[in-house]
Ligand binder design. Structure first.
Ligand SMILES: Nc1nc2c(ncn2[C@@H]2O[C@H](COP(=O)(O)OP(=O)(O)OP(=O)(O)O)[C@@H](O)[C@H]2O)c(=O)[nH]1
Ligand SMILES: [Mg+2]
Length: 369
């Protein structure tokens, strides 16, 4: 059973015809349940709905006027000038294949870039899969303080390979049109790869893991734990930790394919499995409604959830900056490199000597016998 979309008081009084309040049918049944995880999820949805009606424009304005480093705050006795803050904060969307990353990017354009239903992501293959990393200025603003990168989803059967690729992105940075593994044979990916050389490398400042809640729910029901395990492996993948405390933000899609009870229950179970709070840093943002139509800014709950997920990503991103390397640090760095090189040289020398000693011993004993 699917979540009911048009409902609640607003729909009844006609003030927001396409508003989505799917969880409201649960409120009556949950009365007197105390503060169970399910109740907390419903309250969180109410919070997003209220904020969506009252302060979506404020949040949009904050995103529109955001400049990299605006959400940074001093720690460790170091000034902002001493921090290495890039001109643009980079948010990377990750997830399994068909989780809804590209649809989420389109939703961001629609609700925070006010672009209506125009799809901005460009799957060049018939199966709709993304071929290469794509940088998106979802605000459609000339003074963009952040960008969102869409990526190709990881496949269950090639998780180690996919995770290795993700580790490379986190370590070396990413750039627009950089081809993704698994799409190298496509002519469109080859064309993209030659274009990529002209685009700027960006260091990833924050990641958002997009997960298909319907798929995870089915996984929980059927006992086929592959989707759940793959999502857990990605979510807890060490290179995604921006610093000791910040893991990725979780965005759950496809919830519209579940009944309200299933939707709340699945969220609670998935968050329990991942070991994260079900109400903090987790957003349920279905990209389609029950009629299969794209959700837009007329749905204040989803709109606010998307905008807040981006805002939270910027807060995390602004905590990811490192202090600049100072001129007076260079001699120490050079000394460290020198010591490492010497250590490697002596290790090599000792290995050569031990080999020579072995050859010599073999020769001596060979002669005696
Ligand atoms: N019902 C429903 N369908 C969705 C939702 N989000 C995405 N879809 C559909 O799921 C399919 C896959 O979505 P994509 O956005 O292409 O998924 P992706 O993560 O970009 O996939 P890859 O590029 O292969 O990694 C499309 O047919 C979307 O229309 C959602 O919230 N609800
Ligand atoms: Mg895609």
């Amino acid at each position: 059973m699917r979540s009911s979309v048009n409902g609640g008081d607003d729909a009844a009084d006609g003030s927001a015809a396409s508003a989505s309040y799917w969880w409201r049918s649960l409120e009556e049944a949950m009365k007197g349940q105390g503060a169970s995880a399910q109740v907390r999820v419903v309250r969180e949805m109410e919070r997003l709905a209220a904020a969506g009606n009252d302060s979506l424009d404020d949040l949009r304005h904050k995103l529109l006027t955001y400049k990299a480093g605006d959400l940074w705050f001093p720690t460790g006795g170091i000034t902002k000038q001493e921090m290495d803050i890039p001109p643009v904060i980079t948010i990377l969307l990750l997830g399994l294949a068909a989780a809804g990353k590209s649809s989420l990017v389109d939703l961001m354009y629609s609700v925070i870039g006010r672009a209506g239903f125009v799809p901005f992501t460009s799957p060049a293959e018939k199966d709709g899969r993304t071929l290469c990393l794509e940088e998106h200025n979802v605000l459609r603003s000339m003074r963009n303080g952040f960008c969102v990168f869409d990526s190709r989803g990881l496949d269950y059967d090639r998780m180690p390979d996919g995770l290795e690729e993700v580790a490379g992105w986190m370590e070396n940075g990413i750039r627009h049109r950089q081809p993704c593994r698994g799409a190298e044979d496509s002519p469109a990916a080859a064309a993209a790869s030659s274009a990529a050389k002209r685009f700027t490398w960006r260091r990833v400042n924050c990641t958002i893991v997009v997960a298909d809640l319907y798929d995870l729910h089915q996984s929980l029901l059927s006992g086929n734990s592959a989707p759940l395990e793959a999502t857990g492996a990605l979510f807890h993948y060490h290179p995604l930790k921006i610093n000791s405390s910040e893991g990725p933000i979780l965005v759950l899609t496809h919830g519209d394919k579940l009944s309200p009870e299933e939707r709340v229950e699945a969220r609670v179970k998935v968050c329990g499995y991942l070991g994260v709070s079900e109400t903090s840093g987790v957003y349920d943002t279905s990209c389609l409604n029950e009629y299969g139509a794209a959700v837009d800014e007329m749905d204040p709950t989803t709109s606010y959830a998307v905008a807040e997920a981006v805002f939270r990503a910027l807060v995390v991103g602004d905590r990811s900056h490192r202090p600049k390397t100072r001129i007076k640090d260079w001699p120490w760095l050079a000394l460290c490199w020198l010591m490492s090189a010497m250590a490697a040289f002596f290790a090599f020398l000792s290995s050569c000597c031990s080999q020579l000693g072995k050859v010599n011993r073999d020769y001596k004993y060979g002669k005696q016998s």
